[in-house]
Design a protein around this ligand. Structure first.
Ligand code: PBG
Length: 330
């Protein structure tokens, strides 16, 4: 190169003030969702060993965690209820029982912080079935799609009746959004928004979650309904289009960090808010490395969340939601 350097990108990086001025990606507490686990009949909260800092709550400590999330300014809490082991059955009936733990917990949290934060139910059966599958298992050992739809619809209606503000179907059954939309509309819940897990991958990054909710599979696997990591971007977009056609109000990509390209593609395609779920395995990986002193915890959390936002997620579900929101407070 001859002559003086004209282009020096470093000029805008010289001070923290300049870097803040040109920042293009931001985290907002109001766009974060805190997942919370609650177990039926627990005397004490039970730590989840693979997720340091995360517990399966009692109904009482769940209320406190919801208050902490609301106080920090978190936008939503997502409730996962785990029935007592002896109440799990083949169809997951506790997931739609009026007195099922998820419904009781949703009602508790609505009473506590219902005016301050969006309370979201996870529409699925895996926490409530003995075998850990998302629905009815057919004679071939695989989940029976159409028989499962009706049960998922019951779960959504039960959560709506418990006072949830939003329902999030996560089972990756074909037609689940339509079935849930119809059931909600017919039960006087036409105003209930659906956050659809549209592009959900069969992922190793759900491992710790299954420990948290005791939903590890007895047999079979989820690859017949969750998407393959080797699948095309077009496949994800097709799932999104189908969910939108069935009435999804917002769509989700899950996991987040290994699927940033999918988040971007979905953001470019969808005309609704896009959420991304930073899953239990993503959480565990960073917690474990940071506990060894191998990476800086705060920086890694912030960097991954910014990456997910930059990829196009409007909303991020993360186990760090409350902690991050507290840090964001002025
Ligand atoms: C289904 C559900 C799962 C997660 C959220 N909802 C588990 C699964 O699909 O196997 C995973 C969340 C995580 O890993 O953090 N109830």
């Amino acid at each position: 190169m001859t002559g003086p350097l004209v282009h020096r990108p470093r000029r805008l990086r010289r001070t923290p003030q300049l870097r803040r001025l040109v920042a293009a990606t931001h985290l907002h507490a109001g766009n974060l969702i805190q997942p919370l686990f609650v177990g039926e009949g627990l005397a004490e909260p039970i730590p989840v060993p693979s997720m340091p800092g995360v517990v399966r709550h009692t109904r009482d400590t769940l209320r406190k965690a919801a208050v902490a999330a609301a106080y920090a300014g978190v936008g939503g809490v997502m409730i996962f209820g785990v029935p007592a082991p002896d109440r799990k059955d083949a169809t997951g009936s506790q997931a739609w029982a009026e007195d099922g733990i998820a419904q009781q917990a949703i009602a508790d949290v609505v009473a506590e912080v219902g005016d301050e934060v969006v309370i979201i139910g996870d529409v699925n059966l895996d926490e409530a079935t003995q075998h850990g599958h998302v629905g009815v298992v057919g004679a071939d050992g695989d989940v029976d799609n159409d028989a499962t739809l009706e049960l998922h619809a019951r779960v959504a209606v039960a959560q709506a009746q418990a006072g949830a503000h939003m329902v999030a179907p996560s089972g990756m059954m074909d037609g689940q959004v339509a079935a849930i939309r119809r059931a909600l509309d017919e039960s006087n819940h036409a105003g209930m928004p659906i956050l659809a897990y549209s592009a959900k991958y069969a992922s190793a990054f759900y491992g710790p979650f299954r420990e948290a909710v005791e939903s590890s599979l007895g047999s079979g696997d989820r690859s017949t309904h969750q998407q393959s990591p080797a699948g095309s971007v077009a496949e994800a977009l097709r799932e999104v289009r189908l969910d939108l056609a069935q009435g999804a109000d917002a769509v989700m990509v899950k996991p987040a960090l290994p699927y940033l390209d999918i988040i971007r593609a979905v953001r470019d395609e969808a005309d609704v808010p896009v959420a991304a779920y930073q899953t239990s395995g993503e959480y565990a990986a960073i917690e474990a490395a940071a506990a060894h002193g191998w990476i800086d915890h705060g920086q890694a959390v912030q960097e991954t969340l910014l990456a997910i936002r930059r990829a196009g997620a409007d909303i991020v579900v993360t186990y760090w939601a409350t902690a991050v929101a507290n840090r964001l407070r002025p």
